[in-house]
Write a protein that binds this ligand. Structure first.
Ligand code: PLP
Length: 407
């Protein structure tokens, strides 16, 4: 009996709860030839993308323009596939090429006045969001500073909202630290001021469970090339149902029409998220994104999240042991899927890591960014730290700090 209990408690007897996830590694060719810790930037490509693109090419090759019969409904089906990951209402998500264009489409639904022309965001938003609003005629930008380059206190952001605010632009996960913003609280504060909330969830969708209904934001935009393993050119916009029904995007096109192939003289907006579609969608990138999105939906963001939290906590422990500066929240509930590690010479070290096919990236001020997806092994994390020790020990990263003292 005692022996049986000891055996049950031994490592060999404990089933690995992540084993089924790691069994999926064979679906992603790059994992066989590299240490891949870059899903916060570009998720690994599923092998099934070849088949998906071939199916698209077959449609086009064999049916020409008749392929629209299948492609048009596929656009909303695709939106609903993504929508399930967001807990979005049916037909409330539209496909587009990228977040920059979607930001412009969402912005074109707002009507600034001389009294209400401020757009509020933080110094840590992704540049695409800064650049767009910086150059909008008649818009006054209010940038809320981060005290540490990592976090943005919710109170600081909400304190900047008032009756002059047209919109607040919230990056759910901050790209240079992984800090998670409290979208629900910010959207509620914005609504009290009569302002719209536009959320960029690119850094979190697929890795952090999202419920857009609970958030109550007006618009949520994101894309598929990070955690959704969907490749470039596949982004999407969600609009809250009341916002969707009322929206008259000034940035419209023939596909925004309720019946695009009727070629009517006057624009009648579609009842669905199609009203944000604008022009002809990039059907190749839409097809390429399907296998990745499906796979992540099947694995489920809750499981991606649980595994990611465990592994990124491990990364922080291993970084602390080496005295690296952790430029991400230590509290996992305030952190997206990535962790940033800084030290003198981090940029040069990144170049050397990538040369060795240990894929991570570098951002100024943040240091090395790395992350774990459902397919990431603990051994890959150890490979990363082993190589980093070697590079820093060899002084190969510009005299990087050594030893285990915290700095
Ligand atoms: C937070 C965030 N938003 C947006 C993007 C991409 O913007 P776009 O789709 O316009 O290229 C990225 C990175 O690629 C990002 O990290």
């Amino acid at each position: 009996m005692r022996r049986a209990r000891a055996a049950a408690g031994s490592k060999a007897a404990v089933a690995d709860p992540e084993e089924d996830l790691l069994a999926l590694r064979g679906e992603f060719p790059i994992l066989a030839t590299s240490t891949y810790l870059l899903s916060h930037s570009m998720g690994a490509m599923p092998q099934a993308v070849y088949g998906s693109l071939e199916a698209f090419a077959d449609d086009w090759a064999q049916d020409g323009a008749e392929a629209w019969e299948r492609w048009l409904p596929l656009i909303l089906d695709w939106g609903n596939l993504v929508g399930r990951l967001l807990h979005a209402e049916k037909d409330s998500v539209i496909f587009h090429q990228n977040v920059s264009v979607l930001m412009a489409i969402a912005a074109s639904c707002l009507r600034p006045t001389r009294r209400r022309n401020r757009v509020v965001y933080t110094t840590l938003n992704f540049p695409t969001n800064h650049y767009f609003w910086q150059v909008q005629p008649g818009i006054e930008v209010v940038r809320v500073a981060s005290p540490d380059g990592i976090t943005v206190p919710t109170e600081a952001l909400t304190a900047a909202l008032d009756e002059r605010t047209l919109a607040v632009v919230v990056d759910h996960g901050i790209y240079v630290s992984g800090y998670l913003q409290d979208v629900g609280a910010i959207a509620a504060a914005a609504a009290r001021c009569g302002a719209a909330t536009i959320v960029d969830a690119y850094q979190t969708v697929g890795c952090v469970p999202i419920d857009v209904r609970a958030w109550g934001a007006d618009f949520v935009l994101a894309g598929a090339h990070k955690w959704l393993c969907g490749g470039p050119g596949a982004a999407f916009l969600y609009a809250r149902p009341d916002r969707l029904r009322a929206a008259e995007p000034a940035l419209a096109g023939w596909m925004s029409h309720a019946a695009p192939f009727a070629f009517e003289e006057r624009l009648r907006y579609a009842d669905t998220a199609f009203r944000f579609a604008g022009g002809t969608p990039g059907m190749a990138s839409l097809h390429a994104a399907i296998p990745g999105i499906r796979r992540v939906a099947e694995v489920h963001p809750e499981r991606v999240r649980a595994k990611n939290v465990r592994q990124m906590n491990k990364v922080i422990t291993l970084a602390d042991a080496r005295g690296l500066e952790v430029r991400s929240p230590r509290d996992a509930s305030r952190r997206s899927g990535l962790v940033c590690l800084n030290f003198p010479g981090a940029e040069a070290a990144t170049r050397e890591l990538v040369r060795r096919r240990i894929f991570v990236d570098y951002r100024p001020g943040a240091g090395i960014r790395l992350s774990a997806h459902f397919y990431t092994t603990d051994a890959e994390l150890e490979t990363f730290f082993g190589a980093l020790d070697e590079i820093r020990g060899a002084g190969g990263a510009g005299g990087a700090a050594r030893g285990s003292k915290k700095r």
